[in-house]
Write a protein that binds this ligand. Sequence first.
Ligand code: GLC
Length: 528
Amino acid sequence: MDWHTNAIFYELYLRAFNDGNGDGHGDFTGLRQRLDYLQWLGVDCIWLLPINQSPLKDDGYDVSSYYGIHPTYGQLEDFMMTLDEVHRRGMKLIVDIVMNHTSDQHPWFQESRRAKDSPLRDFYVWTDDTDKYKEARIIFLDTERSNWAYSASTGQYYWHRFYSSQPDLNYDNPKVQEEMIRAVRFWLDLGVDGFRLDAVPYLFEREGTNNENLPETHEFLKKVRKLVDDEYPGRMLLAEANQWPQDLMPYFGAGDELHMCFHFPIMPRLYMALAKGDRTPVRGIWANTPEIPENCQWATFLRNHDELTLEMVTEEDRQFMWEYYAPDHRARLNLGIRRRLAPLMGNDRRKIELMHSLLFTMPGAPVLYYGDEIGMGDDLNLPDRNGVRTPMQWADEPHAGFSNTQSDALYAPVIRDPIYGFQNLNVANQQADSGSLLHRIREMIHLRKEMSFLAQGRLTWLEDTPLSSLSYWRNSPEGRLLCLHNLADEPLTISVPECELLTDVFAPDEKFVAEVSLPPYGYRWLRY
Ligand code: GLC
């Protein structure tokens, strides 16, 4: 089995994680001090949000050099030391690579925008005619009016799928492709274990299409994969493609394109099923998810650094999700909800655990978002997605143990409200309390790793149960696990054939006869 198929991923925003030099920004020195924690938790692979040089208009997703490290994070040597330390612990590290666009501060764009006859003009997509590519949707709906932005120096417009400060690269230019491959090679040569490929559906533009998932895009990605297979075997490519399952399938190719894709459509349906106390949305989306090639894997997640995207649901479901999970309109952003897991769950420990239980027992490799393992809150007073990117809460110490800066110059305020404030809610407290959420999540991680058949085993629904039961077998020749989940606020009893042969891995002494009961929002992992 390839390592990525059975890995526990941990998404980490370096600026937010731990400040090692007291300047109020997280950095590589700080991360190294916390690697023991990640190892203890059971993390197999760290995914770092962009670490490149950037004016940070989109937290690093606006790259101004593919080779430099952002100065507040440290030097390239710091990165290398960190990578060594990660590897020494038997863990892996992947980095975000932003292929679709650069910052408008990138020297390529500075040169390209200068003049129509600039040698780098063709690095980006320019036009006089803003009616071009009309079928492409706008992604940052709350801020952008068009995917074209005006550039005064030449009186032309440039193409951008995200903020206008993020001009899209022109992949029809072979030099752009070469440059990107050069950057990929640079990081692979340094030893990274792979990439999260940001925003890959949008690499190419073609009139008469929505400019997403084009055959040319797949062709380029296959080229990148071939490079990995030929020269860097064992490294992994994970796509961020917020698309329906049928549009995601081509990103796996015949096992010759990307190793992993995030399963965007399953994510909101877990929330929907819980809200409605009805498993239907979850079963529906797995029924519509085709089998993937054997060396491939889904990356599954509950939350990440962006808004909880509702792009992959119907208009009606989106309204439902907004009304249910974001009655406070400040929590709505673009087509999503800018909140963390715990606040979405009303800080109900039972629901937070239930969602994690689904994450760890359904097909796919789970990707955790930093801070969710302790049930961190968010800050709706901060703009954009910043409210879910606040400093990690390590301890009841100044600046939550995140930084020992003498000034108050944190990159973002720590959370101090009575429920989610760092004074109570922090890693140190939860490590000291064996009944904490952190300990439970850690236990789930370790069990999941022990039962490696959960990575690729089959999923078979347990039939003839009430709609509030989201229950299934995970089967493989190596083992069988019956996973029971109660999506409702009332107790549930499920008859289970041969249940006297089952052991609850969380409560091994319990005995069952003919049926198994679950408390409201309860779950059980029963090993055969
Ligand atoms: C991806 C990132 C998001 C970023 C966008 C533009 O969707 O997850 O944070 O803003 O790409 O790069």
